[in-house]
Ligand binder design. Sequence first.
Ligand SMILES: C[S@@+](CC[C@H](N)C(=O)[O-])C[C@H]1O[C@@H](n2cnc3c(N)ncnc32)[C@H](O)[C@@H]1O
Length: 272
Amino acid sequence: MAGQSAQRGAGMAEAEAKWRRAMKALAIPADILEAAPESPYGFPAAIWGRPTEPIDSPSRRRAVEVLPQAGSVLDVGAGGGAASLALTPCAAHIVAVDENEALLEAFAANAEAAAVGHSTIVGRWPDVAPRAPGADVAVCHHVFYNALDLGGFARALTDHSRRRVVVELTAAHPLDGFNDLWRHFHGIDRPHGPNADDAVAVLAESGIEVQSELSERRSMWSDAPRSALVGFVRRRLCLGPECDPDIDALIGDAPESSPRHMVTLWWPGGAR
Ligand SMILES: C[S@@+](CC[C@H](N)C(=O)[O-])C[C@H]1O[C@@H](n2cnc3c(N)ncnc32)[C@H](O)[C@@H]1O
């Protein structure tokens, strides 16, 4: 640990610098961004706010095996709560953190329906971490690829978890699959984003040794309403609605037919 702090003090460590370079390389070219009819960023509630059936995934199992009866869960980047609501009935109280208020409203409705105690914190992790209580388990699914300072983001998760942090992310960056569409509509080649191995390297550099498990399942988007899915892709690509039929045809059955490789990471919590 002392070596790692010294490394941080001496400048940015290698894995972190690589992560940041790869994240920044994903910036949308300025001319395309300026001409975009709508903001390409964000996560629509029609896709990420829906109540979902708890999936018996490695991520769920790793959280449940250390969650006490009537335990507490902190869900960072909760969206509609897919990660934490899968932990009921063991979880008695869930604190959901998200920068998107509409998604937290969807989370609250889903938590009501599941009859689980809940509260919400609107804001960006780790900026709002000082307002978040410690929990038995912290979960964070499909948020890492939004964190430029991944080491600081993960350390704040450790600090808010007493027993375990469980993170899920796709093995490859989720926007890699959009590269053919960028070439088709804009004629540009986009870089691949950082991947799960890059994330693990950043965590190791931050003093966090993780355990990991690979699994496979259908895309999280596979059962989203088609119009929401097409609209999401259209916005990410900075296109207008006149492109929807083309997008629809080009996506085809990929969301249902291409399995996603998921990575579950877990490590001990550090909160008292
Ligand atoms: C892909 S969705 C995943 C939602 C949910 N965890 C799931 O697995 O279905 C990413 C979520 O993280 C939120 N988010 C992204 N970066 C965040 C940050 N730094 N702090 C808080 N929320 C963030 C987004 O608003 C969005 O709700």
